[in-house]
Each structure stands twice: as C-alpha cells, then as structure tokens.
Design a binder for this molecule. Structure first.
Ligand code: SAM
Length: 269
C-alpha cells in the first residue's frame, strides 16, 4: 500500500454508508474486486430484511467481504459462494474476521449450486449477477434455492439509460492507461432498472418489490476507484476517466429486491 492508514481512511470516508465505515480501510482495499462491496451490501440491506439466524446465500461473494459484513451486522449465517476465489482462500479471510461459526465458504459455479431447494431464507448478490443472471432462464434455476416468501436481492453495475447500438464514445475511448472502460463483450450485460425489473417480473416466479438506481452511484463508484489508485492496488484506472466523463449519464448501480412466490416444483433442469 502506497499511502498511510489515515490517508486511506480519509479517501474511503463516506457518510452515506456508516456501517461500512466501521471496517478497516486496508482490508477493504486489499480484498476489493471492483466497486466497494461493503457499500453495495449496505445499500442493498437497507431494503432486504435480515434477522439473526437466517440462512443467506451470498452469490458471487468474491473475497467474502460482504459475507463477513452480513454476518457481523445482521447476525445471519452466510454461505459465501464464489467461482474465481477458492473456498480455502475465503476460509482464511473468514477465520481472520472471526466469523468462522457463521460464514461458510463454498466454491461453486452459478449453474451448479450444491444446495437443497428452499434452503435459504434470502439470497443476495453484489456486482456478480450480471455475469450469469441476464440469461432469461437463470432466475428459474436460482430462485429454487430460496424458500417461498424469501427475499432475493441483487446489486449490479448498470445503466441509467439503455444503450441502443454503439456505446457512447466517452465510454469506449482509450484511457491514459491504454485500456477502455467499455468492453462490448462484457459491458452489454449492463442494463437499466426497467430492464431488470421486467427481466424478473415476466417470469412470474417472484414479486419484484423494488427496482431502483443508486443516487449518486457514479460518485461512490468514482470515489472508490480513486482510493484504489491512490493506494497503489489498481494501476489500471480505466474506470476513472469514463466515470468522470459520464457524470452518471449512463453508469451507476441498479438494485433489485424480489420475494419468491409459492414454491413451484422444478424439473431436473
Ligand atoms: C466483480 S467480482 C465481485 C465479487 C464480490 N461480490 C465483490 O463485490 O467484491 C464478480 C464475482 O462473481 C463471481 N462469478 C462470476 N461468474 C460466476 C459464475 N458463473 N458462477 C459463480 N460465480 C461467478 C466471480 O467468482 C467473482 O468473484
């Protein structure tokens, strides 16, 4: 880390997310995999009711920071499921965070989840669901692991307005670092609030309780990217010029919260 603890704490200070502010800034930076997972978790959990003892799936938990956060802040049990990060790697972090009795690391791909139907009281996913959940058929698979009446909550990087055709030039132009924010092969999984609401509602498997965009989402995103660059953990600062040029015109965070309808029997698909 290039900077002092105090400097980093100043860069990460954000009064919009007071619960996240309790966590060690160096830990948050060392374990980041994109936007600030704690800020996303805190925003989501303002609208997902979590009570002590509930069983929660954290889908695509990355380095399990959000799983630790959920266990500590809400007293829930968390199955911290990820693909790119191994369960052993996450177990070490979970132990160090002192929540080994409540957070269980699992290595599993999103289409091959090793859980019983209806096992979870709630399932959440932060900056991950857009990698697999844009498939029209995915919710039918995913929702089975949540009990009837249980909550499903997702935050994804998304669009404030849909892009029809080519992405705008300020998202595709080369940054001083030589990269680009907008990789068409990936970023066309970014969608608007309305796209996501319809994507879930049309399945009739869930009632969509909430679909909205984070107020000033792009500013929070930019703040965290700038902190990463200052800390020296992110040399690739392609996001910063794009977020600055965009000013929230297209980029931000989308939140979706739904309740599973009565359990439907699933074929072995
Ligand atoms: C950008 S990272 C975000 C991680 C974490 N939620 C966070 O906010 O720090 C996306 C995560 O989604 C997970 N992911 C992507 N595709 C997946 C898949 N097909 N099955 C399971 N997890 C997947 C990856 O393992 C990765 O950790």
């Amino acid at each position: 880390m290039n900077i002092t603890k105090e400097h980093l704490a100043g860069l990460l200070k954000n009064d919009r997310f007071p619960l996240s502010g309790k966590y060690e800034p160096a830990w948050v930076i060392e374990n980041e995999m994109g936007p600030n997972a704690l800020w996303l978790a805190e925003w989501l959990c303002e609208r997902v009711e979590l009570k002590p003892g509930m069983r929660v799936l954290d889908m695509g938990c990355g380095r399990a920071m959000s799983a630790v956060f959920l266990a500590r802040e809400f007293g829930v049990q968390v199955w911290a499921n990820d693909l790119w990060i191994s369960a052993s790697d996450n177990l070490r972090r979970i132990r160090e965070a002192g929540v080994e009795d409540r957070v269980f690391p699992i290595h599993a791909e999103a289409h091959a989840l090793p859980y019983a139907e209806g096992f979870f009281d709630a399932a959440i996913s932060l900056d991950s669901y857009h990698y697999y959940g844009t498939d029209d058929l995915y919710l039918k698979y995913f929702v089975r692991f949540v009990k009837a009446g249980g909550a499903i909550g997702v935050v994804v990087p998304g669009l404030m307005r849909e892009i029809d055709g080519e992405a705008p030039e300020h998202l595709t132009r080369k940054s001083p670092g030589g990269g680009r924010f907008w990789d068409p092969a990936e970023c066309f999984s970014f969608h608007t609030v309305n796209w996501w609401r319809r994507h879930w509602a049309q399945t009739q498997l869930v009632d969509v309780l909430l679909a909205d965009a984070q107020q000033d989402g792009w500013k929070h995103w930019l703040q965290f990217e700038e902190a990463k660059v200052a800390a020296g953990t992110n040399r690739n600062d392609d996001e910063i010029p794009a977020l600055k040029a965009d000013q929230g015109g297209y980029l931000g965070f989308v939140r979706l919260v739904a309740r599973r309808r009565e359990a439907a029997s699933h074929d072995a698909d």
